[in-house]
Design a protein around this ligand. Structure first.
Ligand code: ZN
Ligand code: ZN
Length: 167
């Protein structure tokens, strides 16, 4: 499934949960970004994110904090994150983006974080996947739609999805 319009995104977000009812309610009208904003604010209060450095899952040393470059072209400009202090490996973004509480559980047993592969140098550009939200495990799972297909974002709507913290 390729997410290209607000309706696609609504369909994807509401596939297997009680808020599918929202889709029914919108059946007769076109869905726009403000509808999605409503869903995000009222039905998907975002799950928490790490506020202070965790022990690195690779070496056990307390993680160090960093921020992605503002010229990052993968939709990740200026994001705070934690990294391994000894190897510099990325651990987890320290923000609420993609922290949908209905995401699948990671190996830590908490809801995961939805994120997107970049549009440059990625095997499947704009592909959505889930990772550990608290930075403590190597969970990595592709987002699948109700029919089991890979979920890919159209470059034109990336900014909206980021603004709404869907990714
Ligand atoms: Zn480490
Ligand atoms: Zn985890």
């Amino acid at each position: 499934m390729r997410l290209k319009t607000p309706e696609d995104v609504m369909r994807f977000l509401c596939k297997e949960d009680p808020y599918g009812i929202i889709l029914d309610a919108c059946k007769d009208e076109s869905i726009d970004w403000s509808d999605l904003q409503w869903v995000q604010q009222n039905c998907r209060p975002s799950a928490s994110y790490p506020k202070s450095p965790m022990p690195c899952r690779h070496c056990g040393v307390t993680a160090s904090t960093a921020t992605t470059s503002y010229s990052n072209t993968n939709g990740n400009a200026g994001r705070p994150y934690f990294k391994c202090p000894t190897m510099g490996k990325f651990l987890v973004f320290a923000d609420a983006r993609g922290n949908d509480p209905t995401n699948p559980l990671c190996r830590c047993g908490v809801s995961s974080k939805r994120t997107m592969s970049g549009f440059y140098n990625a095997r499947t550009p704009g592909k959505l996947f889930y990772v550990c939200r608290i930075g403590m495990c190597e969970f990595n799972k592709e987002c699948r739609d109700a029919r089991g297909g890979q979920v890919v974002v159209d470059p034109e709507i990336v900014d909206y999805l980021i603004l709404l913290e869907i990714i």
